[in-house]
Design a protein around this ligand. Structure first.
Ligand SMILES: *Cc1c(COP(=O)(O)O)cnc(C)c1O
Length: 381
C-alpha cells in the first residue's frame, strides 16, 4: 500500500539521534533549546517552545493565550479533532464556522456572525498546507479584541503573502506537529511559536509542572529553591527527539520542494480530468502540501465510497480528511446536532486525499495515476 503520508529518515538523522543517546543528556539537555532556536529562526518568530506532541502544544497555546472555562472559540470543522478537543479540556466551547468550498479552509466571511460576548479567540487551521487568509482574520480579531491561534500542524514551510507560517505576523501563537506524516518528524512532537513574551513564559511553565526556577513570588530559601506558580504538566520533548528535529529541519526546504514537485506532477496530469477538482494556490498562498485533497464533481460524487474502496484495493492509500468534527458521537452528545455548515458538509461529501510525501518515487506516482484512471474508467459514467 502506498501510504498517504510518511516520514523520510536518512543516515544523517540516525547519526544525530545516536550521538545524543551516547551523550550525558537524553532529556532536558542542550538539544531542545537548539531545536527551538532553529525553528524560531526558520519561521521568523521571536520565541519557540517545543512540546511532546502537536496536541499538547495546542493545549499549551490555548492555555497561554488565556482561554478558559466558558469561553467560546471560533474554528473550523474540517480539521483533526485535537484542534477542538483541547478547547474542551479547558472548558471552552468550540464554535464551528463554515469553510471555503475550494480550499476547505475556514471562510473568513462566516466568522463575524458567530462572535458573541463570550468569544475569546479564532483558531484557523491551514488545511492541507494551504494558508488561510490571515490578514482578514486578524482584522476581524482586532475589531473584537480576540486572540488568533493558528493550528499550523499542516503548514510548516508554507507562506502567507511572503511571510512564513509560524512568523506570527498575524497571530498571537502558531502551533506545529512533528508526527511522522507531517513535514518534519520527531516521532511525536510539537511546537508553539509566538512573538509575545508573556505567552512564551506561560508556555515554559505549562510544559514543566508550572515550576519556575528563576523568578519567585516568595523569597528564595536556598540553592534548592523553586516555585510552582500555575498548573502544569510534563509535556517536554526529549533531547533524543530534538536532535532528530534539528537534523530534519535541515532538510525541510528539500521536503517542501519535493511535495510541491509531486503536486505539480498531479496537476499536470489531472488538471483536465472531468471527474474531480484539484487543489490550487490562491494568490496570497505558498502551499506546503501536507495533503493533496481532490473533490469529486457532481457527476461522480455519489460513488465516493466505491472510488475510495477501489483505490485502496489497488494499493493506493487514499484517505478522507476530515469527517467534520461536530459529526462525531462525543460532539453530538455535547449538543452539536444542529451545526449549520453546509459547505463543510459538501466538502466532506466530495473530498479524499491522494498520497503525497517526500519518499514517493516516480514509479509510485505513475502507479497512482494509472489506478485513478482505471477506477474512473470502471465507473462507466
Ligand atoms: C496532526 C495534527 C494535530 C495534532 O498533532 P499531534 O502531533 O498528532 O498531536 C492537530 N491539528 C491538526 C490539524 C493536525 O493535523
Amino acid at each position: 500500500m502506498i501510504s498517504y503520508g510518511r516520514q523520510w529518515i536518512d543516515e544523517e538523522d540516525i547519526k544525530a539521534v545516536v550521538e545524543v543517546l551516547k551523550s550525558d543528556f537524553i532529556t532536558q539537555g542542550p538539544k531542545v533549546k537548539e531545536f527551538e532556536e532553529k525553528l524560531a529562526k526558520y519561521c521568523g518568530a521571536k520565541y519557540c517552545v517545543v512540546f511532546n506532541s502537536g496536541t499538547s502544544a495546542l493545549l499549551g497555546a490555548y492555555f497561554a493565550c488565556g482561554i478558559s472555562e466558558g469561553d467560546e472559540v471560533i474554528t473550523t470543522p474540517i480539521t483533526f479533532v485535537a484542534t477542538t478537543n483541547m478547547l474542551l479540556v479547558l472548558g471552552a466551547r468550540p464554535v464551528f464556522a463554515d469553510v471555503e468550498e475550494d480550499t476547505g479552509n475556514i471562510d473568513p466571511n462566516s466568522i463575524e456572525d458567530l462572535i458573541t460576548e463570550k468569544t475569546k479567540a479564532i483558531v484557523p487551521v491551514h488545511y492541507g498546507g494551504h494558508p488561510v487568509d490571515l490578514e482578514v482574520i486578524r482584522s476581524i480579531a482586532n475589531r473584537y479584541e480576540l486572540k488568533v491561534i493558528e493550528d499550523a500542524c499542516h503548514a510548516l514551510g508554507a507562506k502567507y503573502k511572503g511571510s512564513k507560517i509560524g512568523s506570527c505576523k498575524y497571530s498571537d501563537a502558531t502551533v506545529f506537529s512533528f508526527h511522522p506524516v507531517k513535514h518534519i518528524t520527531t516521532g511525536e512532537g510539537g511546537a508553539v511559536l509566538t512573538n509575545d513574551e508573556e505567552i512564551y513564559k506561560k508556555l515554559l511553565l505549562f510544559r514543566n509542572h508550572g515550576i519556575n526556577r528563576d523568578k519567585f513570588v516568595n523569597k528564595s530559601e536556598g540553592p534548592w529553591y523553586y516555585e510552582v506558580q500555575m498548573v502544569g504538566f510534563n509535556f517536554r520533548l526529549t533531547d533524543i527527539q530534538a536532535s532528530l528535529g534539528i537534523s530534519q529541519l535541515r532538510k525541510l526546504d528539500r521536503f517542501i520542494n519535493k511535495r510541491r514537485y509531486i503536486a505539480s506532477f498531479y496537476a499536470e496530469n489531472l488538471k483536465s480530468n472531468p471527474f474531480f477538482y484539484i487543489p490550487e494556490e490562491k494568490n496570497y498562498a505558498f502551499h506546503s502540501y501536507h495533503l493533496y485533497p481532490i473533490r469529486l464533481k457532481d457527476s461522480v460524487v455519489r460513488w465516493k465510497r466505491e472510488i475510495v474502496k477501489s483505490l485502496l484495493n489497488k494499493g493506493v492509500g487514499v484517505q478522507v480528511h476530515y469527517i467534520p468534527v461536530y459529526r462525531h458521537p462525543f460532539y453530538r452528545e455535547l449538543g452539536y446536532n444542529n451545526v449549520n455548515c453546509p459547505k463543510a458538509e459538501d466538502f466532506y461529501k466530495r473530498v479524499f486525499t491522494l498520497p503525497i510525501h517526500p519518499s514517493l518515487k516516480e514509479e509510485e506516482l505513475n502507479f497512482i495515476l494509472e489506478a485513478l484512471h482505471r477506477v474512473f474508467e470502471e465507473l462507466e459514467v
